[in-house]
Design a protein around this ligand. Structure first.
Ligand SMILES: *Cc1c(COP(=O)(O)O)cnc(C)c1O
Ligand SMILES: [Zn+2]
Length: 417
């Protein structure tokens, strides 16, 4: 089965060994393409496979050209799909939660990194690099260490959770904090890579998105290949949205599913360039110069994958929504209280469903799948600040505040009464 790179806008084709991830004709990003119809493995054969990695279960439709010895893996994927009464009650529709926080480094980024870092090995790259709001750097640092590759990460100074920073540092990446936001850091990475020959592992990298497709395939598989009415995920740099749309269209082409769910992207209100672009039907990205939100993983004003993402939102008759920090933190409080837990950005999916149910777009009997992108321990500072009521401008509506008592039985009983 032949594989090539193809521009997501003008369809110009390139060889897979190409370094530059943008189209020379129109400047938009490239995607990996192949004749998936001729894969030669059936849906039921993929389903029946025992695979330690939920990504490499689907190797033929992720990266068939890799040799076994080139695969860099921590056995990512195979994450749970949960039903949750409390979360469904909160949102007002029946929700299944695909928990990507249960990956090796605690976010869905591992699904992309296993493929992207394997490709770096195949290309004999000397070193890898990324800009990151946190999770990309945590994941890349771990996979680069596994591959024995030097790794550089650029982070926006001060706007990253401690847990994620600790992961990048402890896994041995060269960490540089840039005095600017994520968008600036990514622009620098792309420039530096051109002149210094680093292999870039941001979501401009088309191989990463090939790995992230398996989130959707695995979730559908776990659901007995029953297609939900809506699939909902947070949107930052919009790599995941693009990967999800591609996964759905390929699943339909391969005959794995016979209809498409509507793909819904939810952004944080003050970091919502795609929401604005989609609502105003603009042909150019309406970028946000100074993005803000407590959900640092999606604090992005110039998402590089916006054109790809829009294409798939249109093709799936999908939609874009935005939620406030208050709404996403309240949703997180409910997801956390159900015992499942997630990081702030992940909760935008459930907050978005609640908003769309109230607007009558999602009906109470519709089936909805929400992707929880990161682990609950990823941003303990924000969780604690919410429950202690110290987040500026946020009402701790569902706070569970810890109490301090003197070490006597009387004081303890009083505190618990
Ligand atoms: C990276 C990330 C996102 C955003 O994903 P994009 O592909 O950039 O849109 C959302 N949530 C978490 C936890 C992330 O790490
Ligand atoms: Zn093009």
């Amino acid at each position: 089965m032949k594989t090539w790179l193809e521009c997501c806008r003008c369809k110009k084709r390139y060889a897979t060994r190409r370094e530059d991830t943008s189209c020379t004709a129109c400047g938009h990003l490239l995607e990996v393409q192949r004749d998936v119809e001729s894969v030669g493995v059936s849906r039921d054969e993929f389903t029946a496979r025992q695979s330690k990695s939920g990504v490499w279960r689907f190797k033929e439709v992720v990266h068939p050209d890799l040799k076994e010895g080139q695969i860099v893996t921590f056995f990512e994927g195979n994450t749970p799909l949960y039903e949750s009464g409390p979360v469904s009650d909160f949102a007002g529709a029946k929700i299944l939660l695909k928990h990507e926080g249960r990956n090796p480094t605690g976010s869905f980024k591992d699904r992309g990194m296993t493929v992207g870092v394997s490709e770096a090995v195949r290309r004999k790259a000397k070193a890898v690099i990324c800009a990151s709001t946190g999770n990309t750097s945590a994941s890349l640092a771990a996979y680069a260490a596994r591959a024995g590759l030097p790794c550089v990460v650029l982070l926006p100074e001060g706007k990253i959770s401690y847990g994620k920073l600790a992961q990048a540092i402890s896994h041995g990446a060269r960490v540089v904090q840039v005095q600017g936001n994520f968008d600036k850091a990514l622009a620098l990475v792309r420039e530096l890579a051109k002149s210094e020959g680093y292999y870039v592992l941001n979501s401009v990298n088309p191989w990463r998105l090939e790995g992230q497709k398996t989130i959707i395939w695995e979730a559908l598989m776990q659901n007995g290949w029953k297609v939900p009415d809506f699939i909902v995920a947070p949107g930052g740099n919009l790599g995941n949205t693009s990967a999800f749309g591609k996964a759905l269209l390929e699943a339909k082409r391969m005959g794995w599913i016979d209809r498409l769910p509507r793909l819904v992207v939810v952004q944080a209100e003050r970091s919502a360039p795609l929401h604005a672009t989609w609502k105003q039907k603009s042909d150019e990205l309406l970028r946000v110069a100074d993005p803000e939100t407590v959900a640092t993983a999606i604090r992005i004003g110039e998402p590089v994958n916006w054109a790809k993402a829009l294409k798939y939102i249109e093709r799936t008759n999908g939609l874009v929504e935005s939620v406030t920090d208050q709404e996403l933190l309240d949703a997180k409080a409910h997801i956390d209280a159900s015992g499942i837990g997630c990081e702030p950005a992940s909760a935008t999916s459930v907050a978005g469903v609640r908003k769309l149910v109230r607007a009558g777009v999602i009906k109470p009997h519709d089936s909805v799948m929400c992707v929880l992108t990161g682990h609950g321990l990823k941003d303990a500072e924000t969780t604690m600040a919410y429950h202690q009521g110290t987040l500026e401008g946020i009402k701790p509506t569902h706070a569970n505040k810890p109490v301090v008592v003197r070490a006597t039985l009387t004081d303890l009983k009083r505190a618990l009464s």
